[in-house]
Design a binder for this molecule. Structure first.
Ligand SMILES: *[C@@H]1O[C@H](CO)[C@@H](O)[C@H](O)[C@H]1NC(C)=O
Length: 227
């Protein structure tokens, strides 16, 4: 929903995250036109539950990254009295900035890069997410050009770029449309499978990386079965 994986991105992604396999196998994985399982995480960039969810899905991506198309859907309240963002972010304006940076990185970079950017932001501690310094350092670490690249043109160095703000407003609307109210909400192939909000709940299929990997494999097999 928030980005589509380019073929090049997919190849890079497979090379970066797939377990060490032969080059031939990676190539076959990359060119096959199999259906990826859409995975959406409903998040807020400075929310501890989102940071936890994203660390769980870091493990998931390492195992089944080539089978999924992951995206972040941000939760923020539409608010005409917010002069800058037009939405209220629960953890303050810096969270809005962090959301904008992550959305812009995801729009203009393959999963391997924007996901590394998000993980790096999280690793700095949540009070650093959304600051210009963290964005610059994490862009560098993720191989994203934060001087002249499209992502920084979108986000602005301060997370106040016009395009990025529009992406955040759209993402907030998409979250409402998808029924996402809580950070973190996990949606696999259009179905809400788990919520983390202080504790894990509504997780019928479990909440460990292994549980999500199993559910993704099941959905992948269903999507790609012959009949
Ligand atoms: C809307 O934004 C204004 C200005 O920042 C703020 O004072 C108010 O609390 C916000 N309303 C909601 C419902 O978040």
């Amino acid at each position: 929903m928030l980005f589509s994986l380019s073929l090049l991105g997919l190849i890079r992604f497979a090379m970066a995250l797939a377990p060490p396999l032969t080059a031939q196998y990676q190539f076959q994985t990359a060119i096959s036109d199999d259906m990826k399982v859409p995975v959406v995480l409903g998040v807020m960039s400075r929310c501890p539950d989102a940071i936890l969810c994203e660390s769980v899905f870091n493990r998931v991506l390492q195992r089944v990254g080539e089978k999924i198309e992951i995206s972040l859907s941000f939760i923020a309240k539409p608010n005409a009295s917010e002069p800058l963002y037009g939405v209220t972010c629960m953890h303050g304006q810096e969270e809005c900035a962090g959301n904008v940076q992550e959305l812009c990185a995801a729009k203009y970079h393959p999963t391997s890069e924007w996901w590394s950017f998000v993980q790096c932001q999280n690793f700095q501690g949540r009070d650093s997410i959304g600051t210009p310094e963290t964005a610059l350092n994490c862009a560098k670490a993720a191989g994203i050009d934060w001087e002249n690249g499209k992502a920084v043109q979108c986000a602005g160095k301060d997370g106040r770029g016009t395009e990025g703000i529009q992406l955040l407003q759209q993402s907030a609307r998409d979250s409402v449309a998808a029924g996402i109210q809580t950070s973190c909400t996990i949606i696999i192939n259009g179905r809400q499978v788990c919520i983390r909000d202080g504790t894990w709940y509504d997780c019928e299929g479990g909440h460990t990386p292994t549980d999500f990997i199993r559910q993704i494999n099941e959905e992948y097999d269903r999507l790609n079965s012959a009949d």
